[in-house]
Write a protein that binds this ligand. Structure first.
Ligand SMILES: Cc1ncc(C[n+]2csc(CCOP(=O)(O)OP(=O)(O)O)c2C)c(N)n1
Length: 1004
């Protein structure tokens, strides 16, 4: 028996020797030579075993020279270590049995631990060796190697990038040993133990094949466990024949549509999906499965790549409409429109597999990559609100990205980090990266510092499944895992579709200029339908006839729609709406602005509620709040409102009218300048709050007031998306200080300023930008009103018809957005209410006060809130100067807080009858009619426009050209001198500038 064991070990040693030279020094035949090897080859061992049995029976049959060996072997059972010693140069003393047992146990434990570590290593790092690149040019581990310049051999089991145990603790001699599988793996299925060889085989199949699963960074163990199970369970990737045929049909459509485009319009830019067509399979799987899981609406966004294919094959946009977009056509409606691969759509799709309907919408998208990301999550969140979908069971967002953009654009992070914030979460979005391994002409190695384009996902604890796009079944599998994960855990998940770009960045580009090596390889690539078709044919799931039949069927459809498209002669932007507001416009009188004033009772109810502290026995407020409330109460008794009261009256009355309000921004709950205080914090109970406007009326609409994360781009984008969801909604975003909005500039430039013109997307979003030069330094002073005015889309040489009684409304309707700087709480109140009272929706950029929030000048009587009162586009002079206009020496037009300076100064200098002031509250659309009336009233006066801003900033340049065109004469400018900064940071300089400004004002 001992010999038999010895032979077994010897055999193993031979095998190990063959495969693992590195291990040999640990092997049995330490003293080995080529002689020893031939003597103890596997065949010789068999011979020795037979001869030993003969020797044991009758020693005569065997030559006596063997006696020494056989006698020494015929002793007690040998342990491996002891056996090794038989052949070692020195004879080591035999160990006592207990010690030997302990050593054996330790050895076994070590081996088992090594196997456990190995399994864990594959789970954590197997993706580094996954074969996700269809071009087989690289594996993710290459990134590590390039970075570390490590001379590692990437072949076979020696690859220590994944598991250090391989080739060290565990080597070939252990391959056929059976190990009990730990609980933290599913690779065994029903089996509890497997040989090491099988364990490694299964791990390699799961983790180093077409799917690279990154999930071991997840903090939530349930999430981690889920992905592990979906990856490891034997047969998890398997598909039924029906599923395979469906995948094949989908691939056929995806591939043939691109081919059709390329044949019919070879030179037309469309950012084809060739090389990444399995994206359609991925999306179709997600859509199908989402209906199984209860999702009723999917809100999608995507960049240019493959968008037309998505619109057709997933959003089911009529092929005719898409084909028609390829020819120049006169538009039916006004507006600038957009290129075909930016347009959106929506559909109620019937899913045959589940017999359910699902709404699928694709958001309009500007060229600026990733700007749409926060917008679409905002949209999804809003839709969840409207459907009462508090947990995101019914509405889900899917965002598709390009690899370079996903890695490079900061707004991706700004969007993803909203994922778990209670007021911003969509309860999980699915992110899909169309990773064609190139950004325009730039390789990933020059475009990012991380191994994967998707690494931002790790900041937000999202799993990432990388998948080889040429393995259609793997693609369908990860799609299913992602949607199941999202629906179960309500968290973000990322799918990285590793593909390639068969042609250039667009159809006009030559990729060989910049990626010759890659493109030589690409030229040799079969299309994914060919690859998958061959696989299915080989396994007998489809026949050639099946495939040909599906191809023909789809080609016939394409040809039919091509013919139909010829009949379309006019382009309708209305056909490309992504979020329809059914019934809203029809129900409104297009020529009427609803009443914005409110009754005395409403004023009384809201204002009193706004002053009332919570019951002291129930809620301990800060003493300062009590003081503020006492002040408010005093104002109420006097029938006067400050800014905060004006705001409360506006919001409170809208909530009563069932208008949902959402106000977000940094620190908005209290207000940056501590003026708002809509949320009180219990001074004795951590986290307990009292939200004052939530309890105004029992059946009021929801007031969603939320401090946001410190992001402008992401949050503003989110709120834009939210505002698109419905007209019965006042969405507001407030910048902490107005100039911080500049980090969100792309949102203004690509959505707010022109979303309606490009895509007929109306939005009533209000952007509040605290603005005013108060000596607070360059970056807290200006909301940069000049920028918003510069983007106003009127023509200053075309004056409106001032005799038209509907002029003001027509101006509003035509405007791309409204730009205001209001100076009274009542006007603020009416302006907010007008946003809802209009028969359409327009974004409003509003410069809001800072010192004015508490300044006595910024006060309004309650009378100015009553029915019959309304928003004043300009506030004309009503003081002493207006009583005797002929005496007025100077008529000053101004806008915003400088009115306080002018007013105080003329009082102080006793110039109230000499200086008339007209405050332009609505800068855009410009209130030509009111301004002209004022001009005509003070015939003898010099005319000036005054602003506290520097001359090259503020509203001056915008107002100057309009005033001069209207008056037919030059006007004076009273301002600070031009400057590159928006304000000085030096107190002395600030005072000097102010003195000079004042001197100019009173210069009559
Ligand atoms: C914010 C922004 N920067 C630059 C561009 C110009 N641009 C358009 S596509 C593109 C490459 C995008 O690469 P990737 O994200 O990988 O998508 P792909 O085109 O490869 O599908 C660039 C740089 C843009 N549209 N938007």
């Amino acid at each position: 028996m001992a010999l038999f064991k010895a032979f077994q070990i010897l055999k193993t040693a031979q095998i190990t020797r063959l495969y693992y030279p590195a291990c040999l020094n640990k092997m049995v035949i330490r003293k080995s030579s080529s002689k020893a090897e031939s003597f103890l080859s596997g065949t010789n061992a068999n011979f020795l075993e037979a001869q030993y049995l003969d020797w044991a029976k009758t020693k005569d049959k065997v030559d006596s020279s063997w006696d020494g060996l056989y006698e020494s072997i015929n002793g007690p059972v040998l342990q491996i270590e002891e056996f090794e010693d038989e052949f070692s140069p020195t004879t080591v003393k035999q160990k006592p049995k207990k010690e030997a047992d302990e050593e054996e146990t330790t050895r076994k434990i070590k081996l088992h631990l090594a196997v456990q570590n190995l399994i864990r290593s594959y789970q954590a790092r197997g993706h580094l060796l996954s074969k996700t690149d269809p071009l087989t040019l690289t594996i993710p581990a290459r990134w590590l190697l390039n970075k570390q310049k490590a001379p590692l051999d990437l072949k076979g089991l020696e690859c220590r990038i994944v598991a250090r145990e391989l080739g060290t603790v565990l080597c070939e001699k252990h391959m056929d040993m059976v190990f009990k599988l730990p609980d933290r793996t599913f690779i065994g299925g029903k089996e509890e133990s497997l040989t090491l060889r099988e364990i490694i085989r299964r791990l390699e199949t799961v983790y180093c094949g077409s799917i690279g699963a990154e999930y071991m960074h997840l903090y939530d163990l349930d999430c981690l466990h889920f992905i592990r199970e979906r990856m490891e369970t034997p047969g998890a990737f398997d598909k039924t024949p029906e599923e395979k045929r469906l995948i094949m049909r989908r691939l056929t459509k995806a591939v043939f549509l691109e081919k059709y485009f390329a044949t019919k319009w070879p030179a037309e830019k469309r950012f084809g999906l060739e090389g990444g067509e399995t994206m359609i399979v991925m999306l179709e799987e997600i859509v199908d499965t989402s209906t199984e899981l209860g999702v009723e609406s999917i809100v999608m966004a995507m960049q240019h790549r493959g968008r037309l294919n998505m619109l057709v094959n997933v959003c089911r946009k009529q092929l005719t409409d898409i084909f028609a977009q390829f020819k120049p056509m006169e538009p039916k409606e006004p507006g600038s429109g957009d290129i075909k691969y930016h347009l959106g759509t929506y559909i109620h799709r019937f899913i045959r597999k589940t017999n359910k309907y699902i709404k699928v919408s694709m958001s309009c998208n500007p060229s600026h990559l990733e700007v749409v990301s926060p917008v679409v999550v905002g949209k999804a969140r809003a839709e969840q609100h409207w459907r009462g979908d508090a947990n995101g069971d019914k509405v889900m967002a899917i965002i598709m990205h390009g690899d370079a953009a996903f890695a490079g654009q900061g707004v991706v992070y700004e969007t993803m980090h909203l994922g778990n914030l209670p007021a911003f979460t969509t309860h999980g979005s699915i992110h899909i990266v169309c990773n064609n391994q190139i950004g325009y002409t730039t390789d990933p190695r020059f475009a990012r510092s991380s191994p994967y384009c998707s690494d931002v996902a790790k900041c937000v604890d999202a799993p990432v499944l990388h998948v080889n796009a040429d393995d259609a079944e793997a693609v369908a599998h990860v799609a299913r895992v992602a949607i199941e994960y999202r629906c179960r855990f309500k968290k973000d998940v990322v799918l990285d579709l590793c593909c390639y770009r068969r042609f250039g960045h667009s159809e006009e580009d030559e990729p060989m200029f910049t990626q010759p090596f890659m493109y030589k390889k690409i030229r040799s690539m079969k299309t994914v339908d060919q690859i998958y078709g061959a696989k299915l044919k080989a396994e007998g799931t489809v026949t050639d006839a099946d495939i040909k039949g599906w191809e023909k069927e789809y080609m016939d459809t394409l040809n039919k729609h091509f013919e139909l498209a010829k009949k379309i002669t006019k382009l309708s932007i209305m056909d490309w709406i992504d979020t329809p507001w059914t019934g809203f416009f029809e129900a409104r009188d297009p020529n009427k602005i609803e009443e914005t004033g409110i009754s005395e009772t409403t004023i009384s109810t809201i204002s009193k509620h706004f002053c009332k502290p919570p019951e002291p026995w129930a809620f301990e407020v800060h003493k300062g709040i009590n003081r503020i409330l006492a002040n408010r109460e005093k104002m109420v008794k006097e029938g006067v409102a400050d800014w905060a009261m004006g705001e409360a009256l506006a919001y409170g009355s809208l909530l009563r009218d069932k208008i949902h309000i959402r106000l977000t921004g940094e620190d908005v709950e209290r207000g940056t300048m501590a003026h708002r205080h809509h949320v009180y914090h219990h001074q004795g109970v951590d986290g307990a709050t009292y939200r004052v406007l939530d309890t105004l009326y029992p059946d009021q609409a929801q007031y969603s007031l939320h401090n946001s994360s410190l992001s402008e781009f992401g949050i503003l984008g989110f709120e834009v998306g939210y505002s698109y969801s419905s007209p019965y909604l006042l969405t507001l975003w407030e910048a902490q200080y107005g100039d911080f909005a500049d980090t969100a500039q792309p949102v203004f430039d690509t959505f707010i300023a022109n979303g309606e013109s490009k895509w007929v997307c109306q939005s009533g979003l209000v952007v509040q930008l605290p603005h005013g030069i108060d000596g607070a330094g360059p970056e807290h002073s200006s909301g940069r009103v000049e920028r918003y005015l510069q983007q106003a889309d009127d023509d200053e040489d075309n004056l409106p018809d001032l005799d038209d009684k509907d002029m003001a409304l027509k101006q509003l309707r035509a405007a791309n957005w409204l730009v205001c700087n209001v100076t009274t709480p009542a006007n603020y109140f009416h302006l907010m209410r007008r946003q809802i009272a209009l028969p359409f929706r327009k974004p409003l950029i509003l410069m809001t006060p800072k010192v004015g929030l508490k300044h006595p000048f910024y006060r309004s009587s309650f009378k100015d809130f009553l029915p019959g009162t309304c928003f004043q586009r300009a506030i004309r002079e009503s003081g002493p100067a207006s009583k005797n206009p002929d005496l007025v020496k100077k008529l000053i037009f101004c806008s915003g807080k400088v009115a306080i300076t002018i007013d105080e100064l003329r009082k102080e200098k006793k110039l109230e009858d000499k200086i008339a002031m007209c405050r332009i509250e609505q800068l855009y659309p410009f209130p030509y009619d009111l301004v002209l009336k004022e001009f005509c009233r003070y015939q003898k006066a010099r005319v000036a426009f005054c602003q506290e801003e520097h001359k090259n900033q503020g509203p001056w340049l915008f107002a100057k050209v309009r005033l001069e065109n209207l008056f037919g004469k030059k006007i004076e400018c009273i301002s600070r001198p031009s400057s590159s900064a928006s304000a000085t940071g030096i107190k002395w300089m600030h005072a000097k500038e102010l003195t000079e400004l004042k001197a100019k004002i009173i210069d009559v």
